[in-house]
Design a protein around this ligand. Structure first.
Ligand code: IPM
Ligand code: MG
Length: 368
């Protein structure tokens, strides 16, 4: 039996509480004979408090060695004034960059039981199943120069640089087209070619890859602002949306809310496939943040975190039956009405973080 090495990085805020629920699920699969080995380390503010850095070198080494990293959440008011270079988010950005995790898959699925929890009308979101493919290691997050400069007259100037190379756009386009072929065969590519050179370049590059390698897939181009509007107007028109790092950050928060709660959306960040081993580096994290307002109270919804582990089963370990079973268990638990406060139906009593984890384990048991 192969052993899958998982590195758990719970992080800050609600990260540790939602990660504990994932550990229950990992434990259940382990009992059923799936070989998981787990290690835990610090990231974000927790790492800063312990080591003065948002991730230690030792934790980076462990991440490089792991078959998959499960990441909770980072940040909180406590670290608002720490130096920019060691702020909690820097640990996450370093992991993404140094592990080469250029492809961020953010599926937004509206479970039937949750159609009423969305702030949009039921008919707009019911049955929604879209995938946002966000470029994750380039663009304005990493482009240089990136600085605040004081000028001679004492005023200041701030610069971030939006920068893309051919290979960066080509490889993320390929990920999107490949995924579309396994879904409803449509890709919507979002940029701002009306005001940005990187937008013009993005559109040209995606168009070239489409023509050369994926002409069987339907491709449309959409301006990113219009994409945001269309996502709340009629999201079911989309299948796969491919976009850059910054637009992907924003569009995926919108998509998350369509599904009822930010606490529902998992994500996978994948590196390139190693041609020799067929393996790829991977990190799985919920789209939600550290939610300091509810941290430590046992109120957080663990489903985005548990769903992220489900994506690890699917994309890192090829355990498709197990991934399907976990998805089914989550759907059944939601349908049964066992829900945290963010998605509880009006007039029902919300349950806590641990109750949802326990209910999912129980449902896994019932399904097998
Ligand atoms: C996300 C988050 C991060 C990002 C933050 C925490 C740096 O918002 O994963 O969507 O901006 O990428
Ligand atoms: Mg975000």
């Amino acid at each position: 039996m192969a052993t899958h090495k998982l590195l758990l990085l719970p992080g800050d805020g609600i990260g540790p509480e939602v990660m504990r629920e994932v550990e229950k699920i990992v434990g259940w699969f382990r009992k059923r004979g799936v070989g998981f080995e787990t290690e835990t380390d610090l990231v974000g503010g927790a790492a800063y408090d312990a080591h003065g850095a948002s991730i230690s070198e030792a934790a980076m080494d462990r991440a490089q060695q792991a078959d998959a990293v499960l990441f909770g959440a980072v940040g909180g008011a406590k670290w608002d004034s720490v130096p920019y270079a060691v702020r909690p988010e820097a640990g996450l950005l370093r992991l993404r960059k140094e592990l080469g995790l250029f492809a961020n898959l953010r599926p937004a699925i509206c479970y039937p039981a949750l159609a009423d929890a969305s702030s949009l009308k039921r008919e707009v979101v019911e049955g929604l199943d879209i995938m946002i493919v966000r470029e994750l290691t380039g663009g304005v997050y990493f482009g240089e120069p990136k600085e605040i400069v004081t000028l001679e007259d004492g005023s200041q100037r701030a610069i971030d640089t939006q920068l893309y190379h051919t290979h960066e756009v080509e490889r993320i386009a390929r990920v999107a087209f490949d995924l579309a072929r396994k879904r409803r065969n449509k890709v919507s590519s979002a940029e701002k070619m009306n005001v940005m050179k990187t937008g013009v370049f993005w559109r040209q590059t995606v168009t070239r890859i489409h023509k050369a390698e994926f002409s069987d897939v339907e491709l449309e181009h959409v301006l990113a602002d219009n994409c945001a509007m269309q996502l709340v107007r009629w999201p079911k028109q989309f299948d796969v949306i491919v976009t850059d790092n910054l637009f992907g950050d924003i569009l995926s928060d919108i998509a998350a809310m369509l599904t009822g709660s930010l606490g529902m959306l998992p994500s996978a960040s994948l590196g390139a496939e190693d041609p020799a081993t067929g393996q790829r580096k991977a990190l799985y994290e919920p789209v939600h943040g550290s939610a300091p307002d509810i941290a430590g109270k046992g109120l957080a919804n663990p489903i985005a975190m548990i769903g992220s582990f489900g994506m690890a089963l699917r994309y890192s370990f090829g355990l498709l039956d197990e991934a399907d079973r976990l998805d089914k268990a989550i759907a059944n638990v939601l349908a049964s009405g066992t829900r945290t406060k963010d998605i509880a139906a009006p007039g029902t009593n919300p349950v806590g973080t641990q109750d949802v984890g326990d209910a999912i384990v129980k449902e896994l048991e019932a399904l097998s």
